[in-house]
Design a protein around this ligand. Sequence first.
Ligand SMILES: C[S@@+](CC[C@H](N)C(=O)[O-])C[C@H]1O[C@@H](n2cnc3c(N)ncnc32)[C@H](O)[C@@H]1O
Length: 374
Amino acid sequence: MIDWTAIRTGWIARRNGVFANPRFQYWAARLPLIRWIARSRADAAFNLLAGFAYSQVLRACVEGGLFDILKDGPVSAAEVAARMELTEDAALTLLRAARPLMLSEEAGPDRWMLGEQGAVFAANAGVQAMIRHHRLLYADLADPVALLRRDRCEPTGLSRFWTYAGALHGAGTRGTQTSEYSQLMAASQHFVADEVLASVSFRPVKRLLDVGGGHGAFLEAIGTAWPHLELGLFDLPEVVETGRDVLGEAVGAARVTGHPGNFFKDTIPRGYDMVSLIRILHDHDDEPAQALLSNIRTSLAPGARLLIAEPMAQIRGAEPMGEAFFGLYLWAMGSGRPRSPAQIIAMAKKAGFASARSVATAQPVNASVIIARA
Ligand SMILES: C[S@@+](CC[C@H](N)C(=O)[O-])C[C@H]1O[C@@H](n2cnc3c(N)ncnc32)[C@H](O)[C@@H]1O
C-alpha cells in the first residue's frame, strides 16, 4: 500500500528546504514568472510579523475616538490633534498609519476622512466593542509561550471576564459578574443573527429555545423577523433575570419564557421544536461540550432540530480566524476550542442526533451554521 503520509512529509521537507534557501528567495524575487508569487509571499510574511502593530493602530482609532472625528470629515491633522489631545505630529503619525490600512484617507492635502475599512468600523458599535474588549486578549498574549506553558491552570484577564469559563480552570468559583460579557455579546450578536436569518428558514418552527442565550439579542433578531415564534431563553439565573426583561420589552413579554439554569447540571426544558446554541459550543472543552449536546438531545422530540451557529475552524478561506484567532483566544480564556464543521457534526451524531449537516453562510468569519435533527 502507498504510504501517502510518508510521501507528503518527504515533499514538505524538500519544499521547506527550498523556500528557506536565501539563494532561492533572491532568484524567486527576480524571475519574471514567479516574482509576483514571491512578492505576495513576502508581503504576507511581513503582515504576519507586523499584525500586532496594525491591530494597535485600529485600537488607537477606536479608543482615541478618531473614527468619530473622521466621520464628520474632512478634517485637518490640527483639528484631529486638538480633539484627540495629541500633538500634531502624533496625530499625523496615527492618520498616516491608518491610511494604508484603509482606516483613514487623505482626500486632498490635509483633508482627512474615513477610509473604506474605517467607514465600516465607524458605523459598527458591535465591532468597536470587540476591539475595545481585545485589550484583555492583547495583555494575556503578551508572553504567548508563558501562556501556553501555564496550560490554562492560572487565571487570565479573559478567564476573569468570562466568569463561567474561569471557574472551569482554576480561577476560583464561578463569578456572578455577567452583565459586562452579556452586553458585549448583545452588541456583537447581529453578525451571527444576520448569517442565521439569511441561511435558515424559521417558517416551520413554532417554539425556539436559545440555550446560553444571554440577554436575548439572538432571539430578538429572529423573533422580530419571524413574529409567529414563541421564544424560550435559557441561561444562568443572573443572566436570564435581565435577559427575560430586555427581550420581553423588545418582542412582547407574552412571547418570552425565561428558563434559569445551568446547562451542564439541569435538564433542558422540553416542548421546543428548535433549540439554538449560538457561540456556546466553542466555549467548552470536548467533554462538557459533548455532555451539553447530549443534554439537549435528550430534551428534543424526534424530528426537532438543533441549530448551532458560531465561528468554526478549518473553514476554507477563513482558516486563520478559526484556529489562529479563536484557538488562542479560547486558550487564553481557559476553556473551549474552535471546532471544524466535521468535528461538530460528529459530536452531534455521537450525542444521538439522527442527522446533522452544514448550512452555507455568506460570511463564515461571523458564523458557520450546522443543523442537527433529533
Ligand atoms: C459566549 S456567550 C454567548 C451568548 C449568546 N448566545 C450570544 O451569542 O450572544 C455564552 C453564554 O453562555 C452562558 N453560559 C455559560 N455557562 C453556562 C451554563 N453552565 N449554563 C447556562 N448558561 C451558561 C453565559 O452566561 C453566556 O450568556
